[in-house]
Design a protein around this ligand. Structure first.
Ligand SMILES: Cc1cc2nc3c(=O)[nH]c(=O)nc-3n(C[C@H](O)[C@H](O)[C@H](O)COP(=O)(O)OP(=O)(O)OC[C@H]3O[C@@H](n4cnc5c(N)ncnc54)[C@H](O)[C@@H]3O)c2cc1C
Length: 501
C-alpha cells in the first residue's frame, strides 16, 4: 500500500540464514529448508547476496535461555550446567548446521584460537576460543524490488502505493476496491482468488478488509537495529550470545559502517510506525559492549531502523520463542478462496511462494507449479564467483567510475549496471549529480524500471545512499523527482521477456 518493501522487508537483519538459534528450539524443518535455500538463492542473485563468515566467541560461563527445549533437556541430564552450554554441544549444533542443508558453495565450520588474530582483536581478552561458520548477506529491499521487476516482465501488474480498501465476494468472485494512496483515487477490480500477504497487517486484512471470521492470529514482534561507525576492520560478522537467551549480530555494513541487531519487543498497534526506542538503542549498545574491547556508545550511532515481525501466533510465552516458520491458511467460507500468509523469513520466501502455489493449484489446476529454482533475478545472470570479473569489466568499460562507485553499481544491479550507464563515456553524460555517486541516469532507471516515486524510495530502500547524502541532497532529489518522475514513468515499458503461461 506504500512503496515496495516499505514495511518489514526493508527492516530485516539482511541474512539468508538457517537460523543457528532455532536449533535450540529444535525447529529442524525450518532450519533445514532455510539452509538448503541459501545456496539456491545465492545462485539466483549473486549481485545482491554474498557469503559471509560468522564468528561465534565461546566462553564457558555464557548463559542461554532457560526455556528452550535444549535447556530443559540439559537441566535433566546435566543439571549443574544451569543455562550454560558445554563447548561440545555448540560444536554439535554447528555440525548439524554444516550438514543439514547440502552445502556446496559455502565453507564449513572451523574452530579459531582468537589470540593474535584480526577476529580476536576487537574482542575482550576473556574470549580465547571461537567458532567460525557460514551464512549469507542479502540486500532485502532490493530483493523485493527485483522480484517485482521480474514479475512485471512475466506479465504481472505491479501497483505500488495502492491499498486494498475492501474485498467482497459475490457468486464466487471477489470484488475489490483499491485506493491510490497518493491521490486518494479509487477503482475496482475483480478476482477469482485473493492472496493476503499483508505481513504485519495479515490479521487486520482478514478482520477489517475482507471481514471473515478466522481463528488464526499474528503476533507483532518489533526488531530494531542500530548502524554505527565502522567498529572493526575485517569483513566477518560476530554472533554474540546474551544472558537473556537472545543473540545479536554485528555485521560489516555498507563499507564504512557496522550494523548491530536485533531486539525482540512486543508491538501493540500494527499502524504505529516502528522505531528503535532509546531503550532498545541502549540494550544493543550494552549487549555489544559486553563483548567488544572498546565500548560502543550512543555517539557512535549514525542511523537506526526498526521493523515488525508478523509471526504466526502459536501461543509461545516469549517473543523470542515464537515460531519463525511460515503458516499458510486457505479460507473459502465467503465462497471464493483467500489464502493468508503468516510469518516466514526472507530466506524462505521462495519456498513459501512454492507452497502457496501448491495451495492455489488446488483451485486452479492449470497454474504452473515450481519453476523458480535456478532462475536468476534481473541482473543476476552471472556466476556466484563472478563479481570480481564483472566489476573489472564495468570499470574497464567506464573508466571514469571510482572503485567505490563501481562496486556499488555491481552489488546493486549486477549485469544491469551496464544498462544503467548505457553509452555514457563521461560522468557528465550521466546527467545531474545528486551526490554520493547518484546520477540522473540511475534515478531515471529507478523510476522507470524499479517503481521509485520519491527520494526516500531511492536513498533508503533501493540503495542506502541516505547514509552518505546530506539532508539538503536528499531534499533536492525529492524536489527533482516530484517535478520529473511522472514524465519518466509515462515512458516506462517492461523490458524482460514474457513467459508463455
Ligand atoms: C528485525 C527483523 C529482522 C529480521 N531478520 C531476518 C533475517 O536476517 N533473515 C530472514 O530471512 N528474515 C528476517 N526477518 C524476517 C523477514 O524480514 C520477514 O519475514 C519478511 O520481511 C516478511 O515479509 P512480508 O512480505 O510478509 O511482510 P512485509 O514486508 O511487511 O510486506 C507486507 C506488505 O503488505 C502491504 N499491505 C498491508 N496491508 C495492505 C493493504 N490493505 N493493501 C495493500 N497492501 C497492503 C504492506 O504495505 C507491506 O508492503 C526479520 C524480521 C525483522 C522484523
Amino acid at each position: 500500500m506504500n512503496d515496495l518493501a516499505s514495511a518489514t522487508s526493508s527492516a530485516s537483519t539482511k541474512l539468508f540464514h538457517g537460523g543457528l538459534r532455532y536449533l535450540e528450539y529444535w525447529e529442524i524443518r525450518l532450519v533445514r529448508e532455510a539452509l538448503i535455500e541459501r545456496e539456491v538463492l545465492l545462485k539466483a542473485m549473486p549481485h545482491i547476496s554474498w557469503p559471509m563468515r560468522f564468528i561465534l566467541p565461546y566462553h564457558k560461563d555464557m548463559r542461554f535461555d532457560g526455556d528452550t527445549p535444549t535447556s530443559k533437556l540439559l537441566n535433566i541430564v546435566m543439571p549443574w550446567m544451569k543455562g550454560r552450554r558445554p563447548a561440545w554441544l555448540i560444536r554439535f549444533g554447528l555440525f548439524l548446521y554444516d550438514n543439514l542443508g547440502g552445502r556446496k558453495i559455502l565453507k564449513g565450520t572451523t574452530s579459531l584460537n582468537l589470540a593474535g588474530t584480526p577476529e580476536g582483536a576487537p574482542l575482550q581478552e576473556r574470549f580465547e576460543l571461537a567458532y567460525e561458520y557460514s551464512d549469507c548477506w542479502i540486500e532485502d529491499s532490493r530483493l523485493v524490488v527485483l522480484t517485482a521487476r521480474d514479475a512485471e516482465g512475466r506479465g504481472a501488474r505491479i501497483n505500488v502505493r495502492t491499498k486494498v480498501i475492501s474485498a467482497e465476494q459475490t457468486e464466487g468472485i471477489w470484488e475489490i476496491s483499491l485506493e491510490d494512496t497518493d491521490t486518494g483515487v479509487r477503482r475496482d477490480v475483480s478476482a477469482r482468488m485473493l492472496v493476503n500477504a499483508g505481513g504485519p497487517w495479515v490479521e487486520d486484512v482478514i478482520r477489517n478488509t475482507v471481514r471473515i471470521n478466522a481463528t488464526e492470529g499474528v503476533r507483532l514482534v518489533r526488531g530494531s537495529h542500530i548502524v554505527t561507525r565502522k567498529l572493526y576492520d575485517h569483513d566477518k560478522c560476530y554472533f554474540f550470545q546474551g544472558t537473556d537467551g537472545r543473540i545479536i549480530f554485528t555485521v560489516p555494513y555498507e563499507t564504512d559502517f557496522t550494523l548491530i541487531g536485533t531486539t525482540d519487543a512486543e508491538h501493540e498497534d500494527v499502524n504505529q510506525k516502528p522505531v528503535c526506542t532509546p531503550e532498545e538503542q541502549s540494550y544493543l549498545l550494552d549487549f555489544a559492549s559486553k563483548y567488544l574491547k572498546t565500548p560502543v556508545t550512543a555517539d557512535d550511532i549514525v542511523w537506526t531502523y526498526s521493523g515488525v515481525r508478523p509471526l504466526y501466533d502459536d501461543g509461545a510465552k516469549s517473543a523470542t520463542a515464537a515460531t519463525r516458520d511460515y503458516v499458510l491458511k486457505v479460507d473459502t467460507s465467503a465462497g471464493a478462496p483467500i489464502l493468508s500468509v503468516f510469518g516466514g523469513k526472507i530466506t524462505t520466501h521462495r519456498k513459501l511462494a512454492e507452497s502457496a502455489m501448491e495451495k492455489i493449484g488446488a483451485f486452479f489446476p492449470d497454474v504452473e507449479q515450481s519453476w523458480t529454482a535456478g532462475v536468476p533475478l534481473p541482473g543476476g545472470n552471472f556466476s556466484v564467483d563472478g563479481v570480481a570479473a564483472l566489476t573489472a569489466r564495468l570499470s574497464k568499460q567506464y573508466p571514469f567510475l571510482t572503485v567505490a562507485w563501481t562496486n556499488r553499481l555491481i552489488k546493486a544491479y549486477g549485469m544491469d549496471a551496464f544498462n544503467v550507464l548505457a553509452d555514457a563515456t563521461t560522468k557528465a553524460a550521466l546527467g545531474k549529480d545528486f551526490g554520493a555517486t547518484l546520477t540522473e541516469s540511475e534515478v531515471v532507471w529507478l523510476i522507470q524500471k524499479e517503481f521509485a516515486h520519491t527520494a526516500e524510495d531511492i536513498v533508503w530502500r533501493r540503495s542506502k545512499l541516505g547514509l552518505r547524502m546530506s539532508v539538503e541532497d536528499i531534499n533536492a532529489l525529492d524536489k527533482w523527482m516530484a517535478q520529473n518522475a511522472s514524465h519518466h514513468r509515462s515512458h516506462t515499458q517492461p523490458d524482460l521477456p514474457k513467459r508463455s503461461a
